[in-house]
Design a binder for this molecule. Structure first.
Ligand SMILES: O=C1O[C@H](COP(=O)(O)O)[C@@H](O)[C@H](O)[C@H]1O
Length: 241
């Protein structure tokens, strides 16, 4: 299986966020029933979240029906600024009519990463209504991902055991990059259960990594599959030649 790759290059990080916000709204337009979105941490997605919190994007989204999940989380105390959840709330969820019951956070410390991963998998299974992923019924409608300068995505870091986990939807991982705090992450099979995936990457420090990813290097972000296309929203500084 190899997902279609669609590359969208903008002049700068702000234009990239505008493009991604337009895509996000278009992707959900007319979609009936509950909608599951997996959010990413990282510097580039924040700009997208800020846009979704304001018009014209905000008023085009069915917040009552959108369920918010995270592709990965840092297992630190709930009020620690390194939490991906805090960033998404500050940029988006605190400013939109997102029902509390639709916000599915990963547990914070002092919960252990093992227990947090198990609990998150149970929460995903409860939402999905089954214990096994059906390829004809993707778990996520939209999966947002970042890519680190080492090629990691979510908290799937090069060389770490989490990369090989196929029998779980969620696992825990040690980080390969700062911040060096325990992580909980979706596994590759859970990420692949997505109707659409969008990577967001901006800045010259991502360029060399992206060249390797697009050349098929053995890096985590190159191994992401999806039920539908994989979009890459990049700015000119990040885009390889
Ligand atoms: O640690 C993380 O890093 C990646 C990439 O972040 P960026 O700031 O380099 O864009 C992010 O996708 C992930 O959610 C986060 O936990």
């Amino acid at each position: 299986m190899s997902s279609e790759r669609i590359i969208d290059i903008s002049d700068n990080a702000d234009a990239l966020a505008d493009r991604a916000a337009d895509w996000f709204v278009a992707e959900l337009k007319g979609r009936p029933g509950p909608i599951a979105v997996a959010l990413s941490g990282g510097s580039t997605p924040k700009r997208l979240y800020e846009r979704l919190a304001r018009d014209p994007w905000r008023s085009a989204l069915p917040f009552e029906r959108i369920h918010w999940f995270w592709g990965d989380e840092r297992i630190v105390p709930a009020d620690d600024a390194r939490r991906n959840t805090l960033m998404a709330k500050a940029a988006l969820l605190d400013h939109v009519p997102a029902p509390e019951r639709n916000i599915h956070e990963v547990a914070a410390a002092p919960t252990s990463p093992e227990v947090a991963a198990q609990a998150y998998e149970q929460a995903l299974k409860a939402y999905y209504g089954a214990d096994a992923l059906d390829p004809d019924r993707p778990l996520f409608d939209i999966m947002l991902l970042g890519v680190g300068s080492d090629g990691h995505t979510a908290s799937l870091f090069p060389g770490k055991p989490a990369l090989t986990v196929r029998d779980r939807w969620v696992t825990h991982s040690d980080p390969g990059l700062d911040p060096f705090v325990p992580r909980v992450t979706l596994t590759f099979p859970a990420i692949a259960s997505s109707r659409a995936v969008a990577f967001l990457a901006a800045g010259a420090d991502k360029r060399e990594t992206l060249s390797k990813v697009f050349a098929g290097a053995d890096l985590p972000s190159a191994h992401v599959e999806a039920a539908g296309p994989i979009h890459w929203f990049l700015d000119k500084a990040a885009a390889p030649e």
